[in-house]
Design a protein around this ligand. Sequence first.
Ligand SMILES: *[C@@H]1O[C@H](CO)[C@@H](O)[C@H](O)[C@H]1NC(C)=O
Ligand SMILES: *[C@@H]1O[C@H](CO)[C@@H](O)[C@H](O)[C@H]1NC(C)=O
Ligand SMILES: *[C@@H]1O[C@H](CO)[C@@H](O)[C@H](O)[C@H]1NC(C)=O
Length: 223
Amino acid sequence: MKADNMSILSNILTFFIIFLLNSSSSSSNAAVQDFCVGDLTGPENPAGYPCKNISKVTANDFYFPDFLTPHITYLPKFNASATLGFTPYFPGVNGLGLSLVYFAIEVGSFVPSHTHPRANEVIVMIEGSIIAGFISSNNKAYYKTLQKGDVFIFPQGLLHFEVNVGNITAKILAAFEGSSPGIQGTIMSLTGNDLPSDVVEKVSLIFDKDMVKKFKAMFGGTN
Ligand SMILES: *[C@@H]1O[C@H](CO)[C@@H](O)[C@H](O)[C@H]1NC(C)=O
Ligand SMILES: *[C@@H]1O[C@H](CO)[C@@H](O)[C@H](O)[C@H]1NC(C)=O
Ligand SMILES: *[C@@H]1O[C@H](CO)[C@@H](O)[C@H](O)[C@H]1NC(C)=O
């Protein structure tokens, strides 16, 4: 009995000694576990980019200056512009399961219906007024007119949109629970590809030939 207890105790001690040796020998890598700044030269996979060598990570990897100036993308077709705070544009969010987008919609314009296949989204109105909404998978539309300070949620994968209904540029901050939420525009996806026009015409249910051609030209599609 006593001998059993001794051997249990010695097993436990051995376990802790091995544990301490392991953790001290890998302590130089410990910080790698805290985050995984994206190494943009590596291949992107569904989990994101491989981690940048920790010795090369600086505060700048977690810093995005002047985010509320839409300087990354201008979308002339929609008179809207955006700052994209997800990978690859913001390597610090890689692997953290979050990201941020700022967008500005000019008077009279809109963000056409689209989905984010890999993330839920929450928006905060910074300025202006929009109608924001989504359509559930049983075709119910949930929408609201938002003013400065209001918040709205778009659940993952559901069609959603924003329409500026105010007299000033609408400014919106969006957060995603995913560092690479993905964007799939409803009409852009149908037409911005090489799927033959007659197939697009059939499967869209609403397009005629001229409409297919018009949107193929608009979104870079062929065939
Ligand atoms: C990270 O960078 C350091 C310093 O340049 C280098 O010694 C180390 O081998 C690198 N580690 C990896 C995994 O590339
Ligand atoms: C974008 O703005 C231009 C110039 O004001 C206007 O002609 C065009 O209709 C607008 N497009 C949209 C989608 O609002
Ligand atoms: C926009 O301006 C028009 C004319 O000045 C005014 O009638 C209307 O109430 C304004 N709309 C909003 C949402 O502020």
